[in-house]
Design a protein around this ligand. Structure first.
Ligand SMILES: Nc1nc2c(c(=O)[nH]1)N[C@H]1C(S)=C(S)[C@@H](COP(=O)(O)OP(=O)(O)OC[C@H]3O[C@@H](n4cnc5c(=O)[nH]c(N)nc54)[C@H](O)[C@@H]3O)O[C@H]1N2
Ligand SMILES: Nc1nc2c(c(=O)[nH]1)N[C@H]1C(S)=C(S)[C@@H](COP(=O)(O)OP(=O)(O)OC[C@H]3O[C@@H](n4cnc5c(=O)[nH]c(N)nc54)[C@H](O)[C@@H]3O)O[C@H]1N2
Ligand code: SF4
Ligand SMILES: [Mo]
Length: 718
């Protein structure tokens, strides 16, 4: 008998509603759910791959132990004993920081993981905590923390109402949107144009998003902060600034005006590659629009000025009165009010509480920048990491100078991975603990409702029963936490999260939230409970984003800090960038490397789906025809790409859709390493861009990896 199940796809940030047709344990089809009020039936090609993940014969179903003769299946009890024994042994011998932990991206797409990784990681009592955040959106949190007082108070573009959207370093037509949960983003962007508005894209590559836009400007990788400073300069210089109601609770306007004074459109033209008249016109159009929003993402976050870019993006929105108002950058008010709850308990963020051992980079958000992981693993001495725990992460393919991390993991005394595959990272583990995933888990988007362009809420139970004896991520994390606490003063202690299951926690959080009947300031007070979510399997629409300032601000004086000292100090670096010629290169490294995403791929872990990977090779090096001609390259030939840290061979793809002087490779490939058990992915392994990216090239301010603009040289293979 055919039945239907409704949920949201958990693969990217878009939260598309899906309808799964199934017969007992067999999936018959996965389609877009037309009755989901938010996604309106939209899905991308990845949604159907949820079935491939569910059925993947390479997916681990039992704990495994690495032995000299390969992997052997062991019982959960044996696996947990082994992990407990070894982590404790190593911490006793070398101190608690000798165990490092890395959290990967799928954790934030998994309800149980979000709730229970915190308590487990705390039970490790280590300062060597890392996550994918510092190869991604760290600078966004940094700007939010210092400007608004809360690291999670991220402004989201009000795409459905704006009249002018300036997009820097994002390609939502491939990524489906990030820090902007907006299912069917393509039609949402087209709707801006239909209502007479404009979409402008600034990107070193003419992406699909750039092609849809009314205007596209090429920009030299890593120079966006200069463009932003010049836009703000022009707005002040021409008296176009108008904070509107924000003026009452914004500090630092004069300081900002002073600090952008040197950045005239003319002075930034050479380093950015954008003509001064275009910058001036862009500033005028932005300021004149009925509503406008500047939105930046990975391209302006994973670069040497990621912190400054995110500060200046917020600043541009603020000085034109486009923060916290319809059509601008707004804050969400989700049914589970993560920002509200954490503000109540004073948990708004942290910075600089400790430093990394080797390079001395400061902690931010309770973790260290993962760009230091490689050196922390490979540099001997007191405090060296001797054991690692990875949870839903693949740092070998995802972090800068991944080869160094690879080598470091190979040299560990012990490693445990909570993961569904034996891949480039987990092959180094002694024990892998495989959780249920995707359709086998209950789902609530704790994170992505906080980042969504509308306030909506949706819950789904698990569709498929776990295979024999399988455990959910949260159950594994709970068991490990209890074991790590055994024999310490925390033994047997239940923290708040441990007393409830994930769905009980959601019920409590929704009831106490802004739409729940126990809500403290019952702002809307519709009395939503988990039961209502279950009764509305397509999700509940709670309306467009609403202004929430100044109440939401958690800065000391309750005001927006438009010019925090920490950013003002970093501007000295930007001046140097403006004065140096960035195009000149040392040692023949004359091309700037950037990344890219494809709609049929997802970071490093979805290349094992036949239907997603079929077709032509996507792991190619894009190069402009002038640069190809200068090197005598022909389309499709294999070239050698070299950077300071590494060298690889890859097929070249000649195009005029990339800026001269720039080359692009996607990330997440390089699956042909020894021991990787991904049958389909190995057939088209590709190469890893992060064997070229540089662990020493970071945004010095935030510690985030600077992938964009790594200098390389490209030559024919002879
Ligand atoms: N050069 C370059 N590098 C980049 C980027 C770039 O643009 N350029 N992008 C960066 C960004 S934005 C990110 S977010 C990172 C991602 O970096 P990571 O998070 O380190 O890598 P993923 O590829 O997301 O790997 C996810 C891992 O989780 C496992 N997994 C999948 N589902 C589950 C589950 O339900 N439970 C558990 N326990 N495990 C699961 C997969 O098998 C895989 O091992 O990469 C970054 N690296
Ligand atoms: N299909 C698919 N969807 C995904 C993912 C995936 O791997 N595949 N990953 C998910 C994750 S983890 C994330 S974080 C999001 C990311 O979502 P997006 O930020 O939209 O990701 P990208 O498509 O990499 O877009 C980044 C753009 O920045 C440009 N760029 C590079 N350097 C610079 C620069 O210096 N300046 C400017 N202005 N632009 C620059 C690149 O050319 C690229 O077009 O996508 C998510 N969605
Ligand atoms: S855009 Fe694709 S991967 Fe992202 S949630 Fe929607 S269906 Fe899933
Ligand atoms: Mo990401």
């Amino acid at each position: 008998m055919t039945s239907q199940h409704f949920r949201s796809c958990n693969l990217c940030e878009a939260m598309c509603g899906i309808v799964v047709e199934y017969d007992q344990n067999t999936i018959l089809s996965i389609k877009g759910d037309k009755d989901d009020p938010f996604s309106r039936g939209h899905i991308c090609p990845k949604a159907t791959a949820l079935q491939d993940i569910y059925e993947d014969p390479d997916r681990l179903k039992h704990p495994v132990r690495r032995t000299a003769d390969g992997w052997e299946e062991i019982s959960w009890e044996e696996a947990f004993d082994d992990v407990e024994h070894n982590l404790k042994r190593i911490q006793e011998a070398y101190g608690s920081d000798s165990v490092g932990v890395y959290l990967g991206n799928p954790n934030v797409h998994n309800l149980g993981s979000i709730l229970y990784t915190g308590p487990f990681v705390r039970s490790l009592r280590t300062r060597n905590r890392f996550s994918a955040s510092s190869v991604d959106q760290y600078p966004h949190h940094f700007a939010a923390y210092f400007m608004f007082g809360h690291q999670l108070l991220l402004p989201i573009p009000d795409i459905d109402r704006t009249r002018f959207m300036l997009i820097l370093g994002a390609n939502p037509l491939a990524s489906n949107g990030s820090l902007m949960t907006a299912p069917d983003v393509e039609n949402r962007l087209k709707a801006i144009q239909k209502r007479g508005g404009k979409v402008i894209v600034v990107d070193p590559r003419r992406t699909r998003t750039a092609q849809l836009a009314d205007q596209h400007h090429f920009i030299r990788p890593g120079s966006d902060a200069l463009l932003l400073a010049a836009l703000i300069h022009t707005i002040f210089a021409e008296g176009l600034d108008n904070l509107g109601r924000l003026a009452d609770f914004t500090d630092g306007v004069e300081q900002l005006r002073e600090i952008v004074a040197p950045f005239t459109p003319e002075t930034v033209t050479a380093p950015t590659g954008i003509p001064a008249e275009d910058i001036i016109q862009l500033a005028r159009n932005f300021a004149a629009a009925e509503s406008a929003v500047c939105y930046g993402r990975v391209g302006v976050s994973t670069q040497e000025f990621g912190g400054l870019c995110n500060w200046l993006i917020n600043a541009l929105n603020i000085i034109t009165g486009n923060l916290d108002c319809p059509g601008g950058a707004m804050f969400t008010l989700p049914a589970v009010d993560v920002v509200g709850f954490t503000s109540l308990i004073g948990s708004t963020g942290s910075y600089g509480r400790w430093k990394s051992r080797v390079r001395g980079l400061p902690e931010f958000m309770g973790e260290l920048p993962v760009a230091v992981l490689g050196e922390e693993l490979t540099t001997p001495g007191e405090g060296q990491i001797k054991a690692m725990v990875t949870i839903a992460g693949n740092p070998v393919l995802s972090t800068p100078n991944g080869a160094q991390v690879d080598e470091g993991l190979a040299g560990l005394e012990y490693m445990v991975a909570i993961d569904i595959y034996i891949n480039e990272t987990t092959r180094h583990a002694n024990i892998i603990l495989p959780p249920t995933t995707g359709l086998e888990t209950e789902h609530y988007d704790l994170v992505f409702h906080v980042l969504a362009v509308r306030n909506t809420t949706k819950y789904a139970g698990a569709l498929m029963p776990p295979s024999d004896g399988a455990m959910h991520d949260w159950q594994i994390l709970q068991e490990l936490r209890q074991r790590m606490q055994k024999g310490t003063r925390f033994e047997g202690r239940q923290d708040f999260f441990s007393r409830f299951s994930p769905s009980q926690l959601i019920d409590l959080a929704v009831r106490y939230g802004p739409y729940g009947n126990w809500g403290t300031p019952a702002m809307i007070g519709e009395g939503i409970r988990l039961r209502d979510l279950k009764d509305n399997p397509h999700g509940i629409d709670l309306g467009p984003l609403v202004p929430v300032l100044p109440q939401r601000l958690t800065t000391d004086n309750g005001k927006i800090n438009l010019a925090p000292q920490i950013f003002r100090e970093d501007v000295a670096r930007l001046i140097v960038q403006m004065e140096e010629s960035r195009t000149a290169s040392a040692n023949g490294f004359d091309l700037a490397l950037i990344g890219r995403r494809h709609v049929r791929s997802n970071n490093s872990w979805m290349h094992n789906s036949e239907r997603l990977t079929k077709g032509k090779n996507r792991c190619t090096l894009l190069i402009h025809s002038d640069d190809a001609a200068a090197r005598n390259l022909t389309d499709g030939e294999t070239v050698v790409v070299q950077s300071r840290v590494g060298c690889l061979e890859v097929e070249v793809e000649i195009t005029d859709n990339i800026m001269p002087g720039v080359v692009s490779l996607p990330h997440g490939y390089g699956h042909d390493r020894d021991g990787v058990q991904l049958t389909v992915a190995r057939q088209k392994p590709g190469v890893s861009i992060n064997d070229l990216t540089d662990d020493q090239k970071i945004d010095v301010l935030t510690g985030n990896a600077a992938f964009s603009g790594v200098m390389v040289k490209v030559s024919t293979k002879n």
